[in-house]
Design a binder for this molecule. Structure first.
Ligand code: NAD
Ligand code: IPM
Ligand code: MN
Length: 365
């Protein structure tokens, strides 16, 4: 049995998460994976219900989970609350030690027209952002006065080492290129970052490493996205660059992510936010949440099923089922239904294939 804790959160979070859970339920029941799902309060919804964005009961459930599926948190109604929904997300990432955030972003073959870039620039773009998730400016000491404010940016050698290992290991399964993105011409943390990344690189002689300043990287992403394979970067730069990268493939609604620690459950979340401007209209793109569910399957060791889900998402898009962010008029729920219908078909064919193999073994063996 694998306990999956579901944190739908706010805005479009519940809408897109519902589709992801239904896909996972379908796969689990068909393949006897034994997934169970429990929803918990999180974000603005938890502020309203329990006065805090990360209730103790939610944190305890997450610690005990086999995996966590998150929608999104935040919204203008909580912008002035003493603790914002986003603070709950940061606490959760930190409490679970989820220091590595993997955000794959590619231009889907056959869907180059989604990109605002020229097709010849966009085509073949396939980048994995490895974003450090529990350090840097997000977690340094903060001071907010009436006339002065500061955020402290701190990185330790150990924090840089462990995220660098994640990036170099991931590159081994890809094009074997890592671009470390920093601001080492200005920032002390970036200077340490660069030194440590070079040291870790020595353990991966098969991987090519280069460095870019973040401003130049932001430019190169839209001029020559194919020059990148794995981008290794710190928390804030990774946040910004991954949103930029997402639109190269057409929409922020397409991207999923995995947040992983040294031990304990992983958390799987689309990279987009709660999109208050379209919440409740059933027009959000659930592909990012579905992709996050596929990444969860992969992480739990079900690579073949993860591949099946990724493929189903692509087929539905290729078939012209597109939400408003991709200039279509499909509903969020309709997209999910279409994905599940492909999954049902594939899973049935998979069963038939297995039966045939068993019959062949029976008569030949
Ligand atoms: P956002 O990602 O919510 O929205 C940016 C734009 O992208 C909006 O126009 C929105 O409609 C569109 N968009 C986002 N996801 C979409 C989807 N799946 N389908 C179609 N369109 C989509 O960013 P924002 O507006 O800056 O933030 C809104 C709230 O979400 C804020 O409170 C912010 O802090 C929070 N936020 C949460 C997370 C998270 O929970 N992981 C991530 C980012 C932002
Ligand atoms: C994300 C979000 C979060 C971040 C916010 C909501 C704290 O933008 O997951 O990308 O900055 O990490
Ligand atoms: Mn973000």
């Amino acid at each position: 049995m694998t306990r999956i804790v579901v944190l739908p959160g706010d805005g479009i979070g519940p809408e897109v998460t519902r589709e992801a859970v239904q896909c996972l339920e379908l796969i689990s029941s068909h393949c006897d994976l034994g997934f169970t799902f429990e929803e918990h309060d999180f974000g603005g919804a938890a502020i309203d219900g329990q006065g805090t964005p990360l209730p103790d009961s939610t944190l305890a459930a997450c610690r005990d989970a086999g995996a966590i599926l998150l929608g999104a948190v935040g919204g203008p109604q909580w912008d002035k609350s003493s603790e914002r929904p986003e603070a709950g997300l940061l606490k959760l990432r930190s409490a679970l030690g989820l220091f590595a955030n993997l955000r794959p972003a590619r231009v889907i073959p056959g869907l180059e027209s989604f990109s605002p870039l020229r097709a010849d620039v966009a085509e073949g773009s396939d980048v994995l952002v490895v974003r450090e998730l529990t350090g840097g400016l997000y977690f340094g000491e903060k001071r907010l006065g009436a006339d002065e404010a500061s955020d402290l940016c701190v990185y330790s050698r150990a924090e840089v080492e462990r995220i660098a290992h994640v990036a170099f290991s991931a590159a081994r399964h890809r094009q074997k290129r890592v671009t470390s993105v920093d601001k080492a011409n200005v920032l002390a943390t970036s200077k340490l970052w660069r030194t440590v990344v070079v040291e870790v690189a020595a353990e991966y002689p098969d991987i090519t490493l280069d460095h870019m300043y973040v401003d130049a990287a932001a430019m190169a992403l839209v001029t020559t996205p194919r020059r990148f394979d794995v981008i290794l970067t710190e928390n804030l730069f990774g946040d910004i660059l991954s949103d930029e990268l997402s639109v190269i493939g057409g929409s922020i609604g397409l991207l999923g992510s995995a947040s992983i620690g040294a031990e304990g459950p992983g958390m799987f979340e689309p990279i987009h936010g709660s999109a208050p401007d379209i919440a409740g209209l059933d027009i959000a793109n659930p592909a990012g949440a579905l992709t996050s569910a596929a990444m969860m399957l992969e992480h739990l060791g079900h690579s073949d099923l993860a591949g099946m889900l990724h493929h189903a998402i692509r087929l539905v898009l290729l078939d012209g089922c597109r939400t408003a962010d991709l200039q279509g008029n499909a509903r969020c729920s309709e997209f999910g239904t279409r994905v599940r219908s492909i999954l049902k078909d594939r899973l049935a064919r998979h069963d038939a294939h297995l039966e045939l193999m068993a019959m062949n073994r029976g008569c030949c063996g």
